[in-house]
Design a protein around this ligand. Structure first.
Ligand code: XIL
Length: 312
């Protein structure tokens, strides 16, 4: 029994976690990550991002990403692979290279062909494009080397390149603040229509799900949002779920309730294939001083654990 086992019993593909080389080097944390009853899926925290995999032009470094895939395979866990094209964690040779439109398109396609080719057959899904939208749902140009140099056309190009390199992985658009109906969620739906209009495949919408306690709201609102994506013919997943609670006044019961609400929403929508939390222990989290995860810093289960278990 466990978080993943319950998700599977509810008809889902997985309950999973983000993992990193630092977690793998922390034995007490890694013991939890290796329990395939709780976790049936991994996402690499940073190890498969552009700057990690292609630190200089044409030089690919797969060592850390491969270690994560190897541990997943040893435990029968699937991989969501993350992330091919994002405005952040881009190496300086790309962001400061002064490349024109045609050269940057070629750099993007070369990166995708190499990386997706390397992991061919090993990724259940790829986050092909990450965070390409502004809060109002318009395309992010300023602050993105891809958007500012190529324009939104980089998005369908990236999906087409990924499909060519591995025709059987699920291709996702992934973003934050698309978890409820609103302008950014509508923008993501328009992005999905745009990729399809260009004739490129897109199979999934990744909802990052970075929340704060009390902000999750009701399952019915989340369900309505999930269903709006499903109606476009794509699957959906919560890809980076964490629920911050202020360290000055943490509310772990509200946090447990909020985790259960997200699980319940996914459970109610058949197109929701699974949930990934962005880590599992408060010892290893990207959000400082807000205890957003399911195990505490001493690897003890918090209230959220049983709440998730029972919500499936
Ligand atoms: C975060 C990592 O957790 C940090 O270690 C890193 O410094 C920055 O990126 N959205 C994403 C993830 O898609 O890749 C980000 O991960 C969190 C926000």
């Amino acid at each position: 029994d466990g978080l993943h086992a319950r998700a599977v019993a509810a008809g889902k593909k997985y309950f999973g976690t983000e993992i990193s080389i630092s977690v793998m080097n922390d034995a007490s944390a890694n013991n939890i990550a290796k329990n395939s009853q709780d976790f049936g899926q991994y996402t690499a925290e940073n190890e498969m991002k552009f700057d990690a995999l292609e630190p200089s032009r044409g030089v690919f470094n797969y060592a850390n990403g491969d270690k994560i895939v190897a541990q997943a395979q040893a435990n029968g866990q699937i991989m969501r692979c993350h992330a091919l094209i994002w405005h952040s964690q881009v190496p300086s040779w790309v962001s400061n290279g002064g490349f024109n439109n045609a050269t940057l398109i070629s750099i993007m396609r070369t990166h995708i062909a190499n990386v997706v080719g390397h992991y061919k057959g090993k990724c259940y899904a790829w986050d092909v494009v990450n965070e390409a939208l502004n809060e109002d749902g318009s395309y992010r140009n300023s602050g993105s080397i891809w958007g500012s140099t190529i324009g939104p056309a980089f998005i369908p190009m990236a999906f087409a390149a990924a499909a060519a390199a591995d025709p059987s992985t699920k291709l996702y658009y992934n973003d934050y603040n698309c978890d409820k109906p609103g302008s950014k969620s509508t923008g993501a739906q328009n992005l999905i229509r745009m990729v399809k209009a260009y004739g490129a495949p897109i199979h999934g919408m990744g909802l990052q799900g970075h929340f704060t306690t009390g902000q999750v709201g009701s399952a019915s609102t989340l369900v309505q949002n999930l269903q709006a994506f499903a109606n476009l013919g794509v699957e959906v997943a919560y890809t980076e779920l964490d629920i911050a609670t202020p360290s000055s006044n943490p509310n772990f019961n509200q946090q447990a309730t909020d985790y259960a609400t997200v699980v319940s929403a996914c459970k109610q929508v058949s197109a929701c294939v699974g949930i990934t939390t962005w880590g599992f222990t408060d010892k290893h989290t990207w959000i400082r001083n807000s205890y957003p995860l399911i195990w505490d810093t001493n690897m003890q289960k918090k209230a959220a654990y049983n709440a998730i278990l029972n919500a499936w």
